[in-house]
Design a protein around this ligand. Structure first.
Ligand SMILES: [Zn+2]
Length: 306
């Protein structure tokens, strides 16, 4: 007779047809798990909170569509140049063909490339918008993205309206080689033209905003706003540490670090972003401030404060 026995495993049987039926009843994506603090939030509540973790305030990445819905007056956004799609001039191939990467991202996001551009009102101010989507090949900047940013800026110049670019990117798209890098010069020229003509350009940096995009139009805004805790910088922290052989501060290349060192003007929580933009855009275009009851609503409003 043995003194110790393993407990009968009657409560740990989790396989079988009943379990499968139970699993099918629970919709996929019902919960959101925070990548920073692991807090589980009902997806519906999480989205109502503008995709910000209620426990640690981590600002989750947004799709371009959600970003536009949060910022633009309801029913005013008109997308432009949605059909522009990347060609494969270098016939690039690594693990897969470049065209296959594009196709996979298209299926995943329903977009033709990593940026949505168009025109919409923000607090009744007509604004040209260029909004990146990180889900499409890491928000990388290829020739289509550069062209769409350029066209948004050209629209701003033509109509003398402000332009806002919202970045979420790992940088230039290596599969397009030098053509990607040329977008840095192309978009920077437009930024210079806007400055010359006095057309306001606001750059909003979300997590992450790095490399070639940071080294061009994203850092050339008249005003640079960043979301809290976003990874903002040119090269990665580890790469710099290895190069200079010195440890860097823990918050190096965050929005807050960049603000404290003068690179970012405002670190603005997502819940206050639309109200902040309305105030700034109306001021920049010489319009009087809107009374709260006269302010139009966005498709997706920030949660009410208690
Ligand atoms: Zn969290």
């Amino acid at each position: 007779m043995s003194w110790f026995r393993r407990p009968t495993p009657e409560y740990i049987n989790i396989t079988g047809p009943q379990t499968k039926a139970m699993k099918d009843r629970i919709p996929k994506d019902l919960w959101h798990k925070c990548r920073k603090c692991s807090t589980m939030t009902l997806r519906k509540e999480f989205e109502a909170n503008l995709s910000v973790c209620p426990a640690c305030q981590r600002h989750e990445r947004l799709t371009a569509a959600d970003r536009i819905a949060q910022l633009v007056d309801k029913g005013t956004f008109v997308e432009m140049h949605a059909n522009l799609a990347a060609s494969d001039p270098l016939q690039f191939e690594d693990k897969r063909k470049y065209s296959e990467y594009i196709e996979a991202s298209r299926k995943k996001t329903g977009l033709n490339d990593s940026l949505v551009c168009g025109k919409g009102n923000i607090g009744e101010v007509p604004t040209a918008l260029a909004v990146m989507d990180f889900n499409f090949m890491g928000g990388s900047m290829g020739s289509v993205l550069g062209e769409k940013v350029t066209r948004a800026m050209e629209l701003a110049l033509e109509e003398n309206i402000p332009c806002i670019a919202i970045t979420a990117t790992g940088g230039a798209r290596m599969q397009e080689g030098i053509l990607s890098l040329m977008q840095m010069a192309k978009t920077s020229i437009l930024c210079a033209k806007m400055e010359e003509k006095g057309v306001p350009f606001i750059s909003i940096l979300s997590d992450p905003s790095t490399a070639g995009v940071m080294a061009s139009f994203a850092s050339l805004g008249d005003l640079i706003i960043a979301e809290p805790g976003a990874y903002v910088g040119f090269a990665g922290k580890r790469v710099i540490e290895q190069t200079i052989k010195q440890p860097l501060p823990a918050n190096f290349q965050t929005s807050e670090f960049q603000r404290d060192h003068g690179f970012v003007d405002i670190v603005c929580p997502r819940a206050e972003m639309r109200a902040t933009l309305i105030r700034i855009l109306r001021m920049m275009t010489g319009r009087p401030a809107l009374a709260p009851e006269a302010t139009p609503v966005a498709a997706m409003e920030p949660p009410a404060k208690d």
